[in-house]
Design a protein around this ligand. Sequence first.
Ligand code: ADP
Ligand code: MG
Length: 680
Amino acid sequence: MASLFEIPIEHLNGIGSKKGQLYRKLGIDTVGALVRFYPRTYEDWSSPCPIDKAEVGDTVCIKAFVMQPVSETIISGGRILAKTRVYDGSDHLILTFFNNRYIRSMLKTNEEYLFYGKISQSGGYKEMVSPVFLRPDVGEVVHPIYSQVAGLTTKQIEASAKQAVAMLPEVIIDPIPDYIRYKYNLAGLKSALTKIHFPSNMEDVKKARRRLIFEELLVLVLGLTSIKSIAKKRSEIVISADHTEEFVGLLPYTLTNAQKRAIGDCIDDMINKKSSMNRLVQGDVGSGKTMVAAACAYSCIMEGYQAAMMAPTEILAAQHYETFSKLFKGTKVKTALLTGSMTAKQKRIILQALSNGEIDFIVGTHSLISDNVEFSKLGLVITDEQHRFGVRQRSDLLAKGKNPHLLVMSATPIPRTLALMIYGDLDLSVIDELPPGRQVVDTMLIDDSVRLRAYNFIIKNINEGRQCYIVCPAVDNNETGLISAVDYAEDLKKGSFKDYRVEVLHGKMKASAKDDVMQRFVKGEIDVLVSTTVIEVGVNVPNAVIMMIENADRFGLSQLHQLRGRVGRGEYKSYCILVSNSKGQDARRRLRALCQTNDGFVIADEDLKLRGPGDFFGSRQHGLPELKIADLAENVGILHDAQEAAKELLDEYNNKDNLLLRGLRAEVRMLFNNAGQQLN
Ligand code: ADP
Ligand code: MG
């Protein structure tokens, strides 16, 4: 197999330098790469579906007799409309072809054919428009369908794949050891590689896929585990005592059990261990992650180290700074804020104090990773709302210290297995409990027809002294078709809300202007804040009780849930109003799911099913290598198996003298080198 990766794709018949370039466009540079270029899908001609079982919208193969001669009519533009009717013993099906003058001679009455196409509805009958058809004796197989590029059809790729698969050696040494293959009931590599391209039936496809998905996930898990053990090796900063009890004395409330557990995990990681903490704390919006961070920072600082917390927006950084300043007032902890919008002079003072150790706890934005930021004794790095950062930014901040401890916080509640994949180099603590007395936010889905009633409802709440957010998907009119925050705010000021204080907030505003608006909203000087999703993360305004979201169908469910988390943070009953005029079934189903649950994990699962994992993180951002066949959202069962197998194999895998796992090691290197991550 290895050697096929050394044979250029042009070696195959019918591929010259021109075609070769097209193959390279698909990432296929060698014969081996073509063997590993799996079909995108299949046309299953192997098991025809009875017509009465075929549903409208299904793409199926039908095996049926032509019942009458093909009729031809001339329609607009002089085109020929050819029609006939077929029957398979279960039901009739109408066939329609456009502009194909040969149909009449090709389809013979009373003869049987296989037809492949999509079932539609025509009058009271099922219909197939322009199906592909074959004689049963040549047709009953499964055809691979490949991703194509212009100039290279799936049929051509199929022909080349046939040659490539034929070049596989008689016996392939399987990278997965026999005992693992038996235990997890996996096909052998050669059989899987052959059948994935040329299956006899869909059962073959299933077996081949399972084997190849397992292999890919096993390779991924082993790779991530080695990153983890590399990360685990380094450490210097040792906390020798837990100061959490003292810290708790500063709080106006008691910690939830989940918070205590998370803090306990972190302290345990940091105390007297040879390696740095490397932990993700994941908890739904409002679960109280900030205090987990503060507790960890406190213990570190009491032990003579500095702590740094990076937040994705200035607003959030400023809010954390305020929270911590208040909390640590009267203690020896000196807190400071660093953001891009501060004046050069302000920054200079902070940077100086940071590098000579006068500041214990610095909260800031990306500006914390600027070159001129230096610490005297950085012991703990915290990133808040990690899904807004890249793996790179996290490591840039870490590089400011000598292997400091790392605490990553995220409100994006992704299923545990997926979290372990994506943050494979991190340990995980989940805060699965909200502080007591939290109000459930009532969520409703409305359309334009009741907009005025919704406005009146908002006004009623404002009159009672409360505040409201209205979120729009676009900043201005450049993004066509979407409601823009700027215009919307203008309309409100002139119309329904002319007697109220309406302001707009969006990402294109200057940082100082944003800050000003947000501060005034916090102080209660603004009744309605019309905003883009800049307010998505973190900010805390307990007096705000309504979150209205325009064009709600344009957002991911997790994002909507995050926005909803901005209200219901105080003592008042709170509401989330989703506005959508979308008639789409899927869109409405998604939004209704949000009305029915407040559990971020359920919502994340739903999102994952509908939109795939890419949405949780800018796709490359999570730093995972690109997968060829496995799908982290769909193949959760196989992922579990692969994780278990990885555990069983780990000792052998780490023993570099063990030749049995040579193949797997090579695959791990290949997968991660492609992703730009060097592994030893
Ligand atoms: P998130 O996990 O979304 O970052 P925060 O840390 O901002 O949540 O906490 C949300 C709110 O809950 C804050 O106002 C905070 O003061 C409050 N809070 C946090 N922990 C507790 C607790 N144990 N009991 C009561 N209120 C808490
Ligand atoms: Mg937070």
